[in-house]
Design a protein around this ligand. Structure first.
Ligand SMILES: [Zn+2]
Length: 206
């Protein structure tokens, strides 16, 4: 692309770095922003600025939060004896939308993926075990994607969790293999949490 302005080029390049945004889309977005009022643009840039600066990760569950402990972990209505383990914050949002789950979460921040060089130590697994050592947790639900990486992570976690006196369950896989949690509709996801099954019975790996 030949740009008539270095500033324009720079902005398009930055937008183009975002996932799923090609050069043409980036240019369209930048030109759109140029047409907006100063106030609208500054609201936009402020949201981006504050994102990295102010957002925190909950010290309990590692969900994205505005406070050191997130709203879900702080709530007295939530059942702290049940932890639902998920890949990232999108899964927390998807499960919360079902209104079917009253426990708390643990956000791993990814899945084990040797192909991408992501090992167990890159995920918040130690934080999960730390929570279990306190002895108040009775059940851990592994609500991970039905993908190779999800299954590898479930198997790894299951071996770690066996050391603790907790029930380990997985969400019922009405979800097709290869299915990502956030794309499953709320009713299916809600039902799959309610009808979760003990991992051992569910598993061919023993
Ligand atoms: Zn939390």
């Amino acid at each position: 692309m030949n740009f008539s302005s270095k500033l324009l080029q720079h902005a398009v390049e930055e937008f183009g770095r975002l996932p799923g945004i090609g050069n043409k889309t980036a240019l369209r977005l930048v030109l759109h922003l140029l047409k907006q009022s100063d106030q609208e643009v500054s609201r936009f840039t402020q949201a981006i600025d504050q994102l990295k600066e102010k957002i925190q990760y909950c010290q309990e569950c590692y969900n994205i939060s505005d406070e050191p402990i997130c709203e879900i972990c702080r709530s007295i209505k939530r059942d702290k004896s049940t932890i639902c383990v998920v890949e990232d914050t999108r899964d927390v949002m998807a499960i919360e939308n079902t209104n079917q789950y009253q426990g708390v979460y643990h956000v791993l921040g990814g899945l084990i993926s040797p192909m991408d060089g992501i090992g167990p130590s890159d995920l918040k697994i130690e934080g999960l075990l730390e929570r279990l050592r306190k002895g108040e947790v009775k059940e851990v639900i592994l609500a991970l994607s039905a993908t190779m990486e999800g299954d590898t992570t479930i198997f790894y976690l299951y071996r770690k969790l066996r050391e603790f006196d907790v029930e380990v369950s997985t969400i019922a896989r009405g979800i097709a293999f290869g299915g990502e949690l956030e794309y499953v509709d709320e009713i299916t996801l809600g039902r799959s949490i309610l009808t979760r099954v003990p991992y051992e019975r569910n598993s061919s790996w023993k």
